[in-house]
Design a protein around this ligand. Structure first.
Ligand SMILES: [Zn+2]
Length: 313
């Protein structure tokens, strides 16, 4: 199946479907609700129910507009212009899914953003054998190695407890959708109270609807903010410590870049070994790699015998 990689996004001209387009299009698959993937008011948008709700929160429908927002949950299929579309679970953020497209006997899989390890919040990845794989490579170099969720959660809780026991305020940097709620949920599991920045707190109800718990608010507990906001917390440097929970925390220089005292390398993307696992499980005849370290990862995969190439958007 022909695939066009354009600045506007990934286009499948045979069935006129766009994958995570950056501009409004007639028909789009939204792999998850991060704003670099789900953006703009497409005429038709297809997504899981959770992604649809998060997308609607971030892209409200103006009163004078209509939109077909179609739900395709993991395991469900729909016919689309001669193709069969099936959503498959993806570990990334809550509601994330891969899209399996079967057209004229060929199976194409678009992973969207994905990891192979179990996430703190969200689904496990379902590996999909396919002919053609389009996969991301945000952290597609061997230097990136991340923690299992359970180890990350232990480090998050221990950092908070040790700070509080020493009379310091633990501050966490987490993104507005995904990491922020995962840190907050972890603090709740360990009964550590927390003040949560409004940009993270605003999306918590969508996680609560899926059964995740969140900490009680307390001025004497931890503080959870989005990156950059930690500078604005009115606590003197001697009375606070900051943890960066991120894939970038796998690199030592992330410490200087983020002003973090503690680095916890946990990500909602795959590290290098997870990417190799995912690709081996899919065993595709053709691999297109988007985002991040696409060129070096494609080179490494070709050395391992795969038909892989960098796909520039
Ligand atoms: Zn994402």
């Amino acid at each position: 199946m022909r695939v066009e990689f354009k600045p506007e996004g990934i286009h499948l001209p045979s069935i006129d479907l766009w994958l995570d387009p950056r501009v409004p299009v007639p028909a789009a698959w939204l792999s998850h609700a991060h704003s670099d993937h789900a953006r703009g008011l497409h005429e038709t948008a297809i997504a899981t129910a959770i992604t649809g709700r998060l997308y609607r929160h971030r892209w409200p429908l103006p009163a004078n507009r209509t939109q077909h927002l179609l739900t395709l949950n993991p395991g469900q299929s729909m016919e689309w212009r001669g193709a069969t579309l099936t959503a498959r679970q993806a570990a990334h953020i809550l509601g994330a899914a891969q899209l399996e497209i079967v057209y004229e006997g060929e199976c194409l899989v678009y992973t969207g953003d994905i990891k192979r390890r179990t996430p703190i919040c969200g689904w496990e990845t379902q590996p999909i054998p396919c002919d053609h794989l389009i996969i991301e490579s945000t952290f597609g170099l061997p230097i990136y190695q991340f923690l299992e969720a359970a180890e990350a959660q232990t480090r998050i809780a221990n950092f908070a407890r040790e700070c509080l026991a020493a009379g310091q305020t633990p501050i966490f940097q987490g993104y507005g959708l995904g990491r922020g709620q995962e840190i907050a949920h972890t603090l709740a599991l360990h009964q550590i109270p927390c003040q949560i920045h409004h940009s993270i707190a605003a999306l918590i109800p969508y996680f609560e609807a899926e059964g995740y718990t969140f900490p009680t608010e307390s001025a004497s507990g931890a503080i959870l903010v989005t990156p950059g906001q930690e500078e604005k917390v009115p606590i003197p440097p001697a009375k606070r410590k900051t943890a960066l929970v991120s894939g970038w925390a796998a690199l030592d220089n992330a410490r200087a870049r983020s002003n973090a005292d503690v680095l916890i390398p946990y990500s909602d993307h795959a590290d290098f070994s997870e990417l190799l696992t995912l690709i081996a499980e899919s065993n595709p005849a053709q691999i297109d790699i988007v985002h991040g370290y696409a060129a070096p990862l494609a080179h490494i995969l070709r050395q391992r015998g795969y038909n892989a190439r960098e796909a520039r958007l």
